[in-house]
Design a protein around this ligand. Sequence first.
Ligand code: IPM
Ligand code: MG
Length: 357
Amino acid sequence: MVYNIALVKGDGIGPEIVSSAVKVLEKVGAKYGHEFKCTDYLAGGCAIDATGMPLPEETVEGCKASDSVLLGAVGGPKWDKLPGDKRPEKALLGLRKALGLYTNLRPAKLYPALKEECPLRADIVEQGFDLMMVRELTGGIYFGDRGRRDGKYGPEAYDTEAYSVMEIERIARAAFDAARKRRKNVISIDKANVLETSRLWRETVHRIGEEYPDVQLSDMLVDNAAMQLVRRPSQFDVVVTSNMFGDILSDEASQITGSIGLLPSASLGATKCGLYEPIHGSAPDIAGQDRANPIATILSAAMMLRYAFDLSEEADCIERAVDEVLAAGLRTADIVGNSGATPLSCTEMTEEILKRI
Ligand code: IPM
Ligand code: MG
């Protein structure tokens, strides 16, 4: 089979980590007899430099026409002073919206080999955790009306959170479907004690939950969830939440796995063509130094094989290779911790993973 993949390498460490993932895809393709045809598209700061716009139309069209998108990261200090709608981040939000990718799956699990890197207490680490964050990705406050205006006390700014029943229904279904393939437990996170959007969220998630009697559903307020994630992460199986809460909580979830450099994500819509990207950013401080951890992007490529192309054996093969490098004590700088290991470069880590495919 031939699969057309749009590569959006982006900024900072983006090009390094996407190149690593492409090497892994090529190796897997050679092993299992698939061809992954990759085409580069610009988005983010590099697109601003080249075209004056963070998300050129050509990129949107190219991504739409592809079978899936693999994205590195966007943004950096060079573009930080630009107005909101001209910033590199706008490219990512715009691409998610243009491709209709309303479901963001962010798995976070503790690798036994990385227990030492987990900042939690030993007895909590012993219980382990393996959760799936289902973040709503094209609605809420990140897409609501925003602006500046003259307020009662002078100039003020505002952002608006709005959720329609339809948007909540479809993300709830995505979460319940995910739970059916896991431990059949969904915790819906909101701030229903304050926000009206959260009250509609809760109501709607429960109504959809009735269609899934085999899945256990409960609610948790977001402030409590932030606490429970470090107190007893093993209680979470599938977590479903809004765009902003999911953004924040998924970074927290990544820290308890040891490093944000490990977490992949899949952004999916109504079609199987999705966007796959690490949850971390462009890490401008280490860009171009060959020090980045390529694992989150490599695991994102594995998620692409599993979700977009139904190639689960091939995805397993990549995930196993990652398990093996970690179990062998191989570490990039972000996960070296107190292990005493010599940190591998991005290139060396990629080579080690390739060897195991
Ligand atoms: C993420 C990032 C993005 C987001 C930013 C870069 C717009 O933080 O993917 O989590 O908020 O969604
Ligand atoms: Mg984020």
